[in-house]
Design a binder for this molecule. Structure first.
Ligand SMILES: [Zn+2]
Length: 441
């Protein structure tokens, strides 16, 4: 039902032209056309395979691009997390460094307190030493009873010296003085002990503050180093995935361009095939017209005479289900208005196709639009050269060159070529021009 090629009506001018051609020229042209036809078929098939392969490659490349985009999204997310961790670590380090600075201040204060405590201790020690020396001197003087007055006088108040004449009084004064010095020694010693304790305390506090600040800074520095390393790693991973994505996108674009080039190539091959088919049909039309003219010249019943009406053709397929008639219609595949040059018989694929009339099988060929085609030449009927052709068949039952009887199985219904389903497309040719076969069935 889908053969859409428009075949122009044969013109008398063309009949004359064909008569002028020698058979040798016709044969050479036929060989050239057949060669072109075979080459065009091969080119179309090759281009279709290339288009199919490059479409597959484009699909695969697109899938890889999609996968790379997903990976990039994941890597981007991981990088974001690592950056947040690194930022937090940097803040932690800043905090720890602030604590460290505070501890350094505390250490300095503790060291100053330590220095003061040491000075206090030294002073107290010197005071104790001096007083012990003084006490020792008094003790020796008292017990040896040989006090040098000048030396003693230097140790007492002027008031005491004025009453030296009284031995009792003198002794009492010495004892009082001794007691006062002892009390002062005790105070100095206590100050020494406190100074030692203060110094030890300051030292411990300074050591503790210093160690704590140092540990804090080191731990935080370690955490920041680890976070920085993780961020660098995430950045490298993200960059690698980005590079992979770029490569996949480039590969996808290359595949797209290859597909476009192959589509162009297929379009060119299909155009060449259409031109060849048109030329072959034109040749068949010219041959029929030439044969008709030759018969008329030999005194036949005349060119283009009336074809006997009635059912001198028999149905090629039974049961008879006509799915599309002859004439203008909307093409079922393209949707465009097109001339339907035959009659479509719906039938299951594999149904036998029978010769509509007796004749010689003249052509058995593959065509991109008609699929498996067979042409039967019925010779002359009422002064007209009659041919029937059968299209879209799944296979053949006869070979070219044989004589077939009306009703003989010549092939099988199919859906090859430009077709949407199993059916037989029958064309009745009168002098190379398709006519409505239903008028003769
Ligand atoms: Zn059709």
């Amino acid at each position: 039902m889908t053969r859409t090629t428009m075949v122009r009506r044969a013109a008398a001018v063309l009949v004359g032209l064909c008569l002028a051609l020698s058979s040798a020229v016709v044969t050479a042209a036929a060989d050239t056309l057949d060669d072109r036809n075979a080459a065009a078929d091969s080119s179309v098939a090759q281009s279709q395979a290339l288009v199919s392969a490059s479409a597959d490659e484009l699909n695969a490349a697109s899938a890889r691009v999609e996968a790379a985009r997903v990976s990039l999204s994941q890597a981007q997310s991981a990088l974001g997390t690592a950056e947040a961790v690194a930022l937090q670590a940097a803040q932690d380090l800043a905090d720890a460094q602030a604590v460290d600075a505070q501890k350094a201040l505390e250490l300095q204060e503790a060291n100053e307190a330590l220095a003061q405590a040491q000075a206090d201790e030294t002073a107290a020690q010197q005071a104790v030493d001096a007083q012990q020396d003084a006490i020792g001197a008094y003790a020796r003087a008292i017990y040896q009873d040989s006090l040098p007055l000048v030396a003693i006088a230097s140790l007492f108040d002027a008031d005491s010296v004025t009453s030296l004449g009284n031995r009792i009084q003198w002794t009492t004064t010495i004892l009082d003085t001794n007691n006062r010095i002892r009390e002062e020694l005790e105070v100095s010693h206590a100050a020494l002990v406190r100074g030692r304790l203060a110094r030890e305390d300051a030292q411990a506090k300074a050591d503790e503050a210093k160690a704590a600040a140092q540990a804090q800074v080191e731990a935080t520095q370690d955490a920041k180093d680890a976070a920085d390393a993780a961020e660098a790693q995430a950045q490298a991973a993200r960059d690698a995935v980005q590079n992979a994505l770029n490569e996949q996108v480039a590969a996808q674009e290359a595949a797209r361009q290859t597909l476009e080039a192959n589509k162009d190539r297929l379009a060119q091959a299909q155009a060449e095939k259409a031109a060849v088919v048109a030329a072959i049909e034109e040749r068949a039309r010219q041959e029929a017209a030439a044969a008709a003219a030759a018969a008329a010249a030999q005194g036949g019943s005349g060119s283009g005479g009336p074809v006997p009406s009635g059912n001198w053709l028999t149905y090629p397929v039974t049961p008879v289900i006509i799915s599309s008639g002859f004439g203008w219609r909307v093409d079922p595949i393209s949707g465009a208005s097109a001339f339907h040059n035959g009659v479509d018989f719906a039938a299951a694929c594999g149904t036998p196709v029978r010769a509509a009339a007796s004749g010689t099988v003249v052509t058995k060929r593959w065509a991109w639009d008609g699929g498996n085609e067979l042409y039967v030449d019925h010779g002359w009927i009422g002064g007209n050269h009659v041919i029937t052709s059968y299209h879209h068949m799944s296979g053949y039952a006869v070979n070219a060159g044989v004589w077939v009887s009306q009703g003989q199985v010549i092939g099988y219904v199919g859906t090859t070529g430009y077709s949407t389903g199993c059916h037989l497309h029958l064309i009745l040719w009168l002098n190379g021009t398709p006519v409505n076969a239903l008028g003769y069935l």
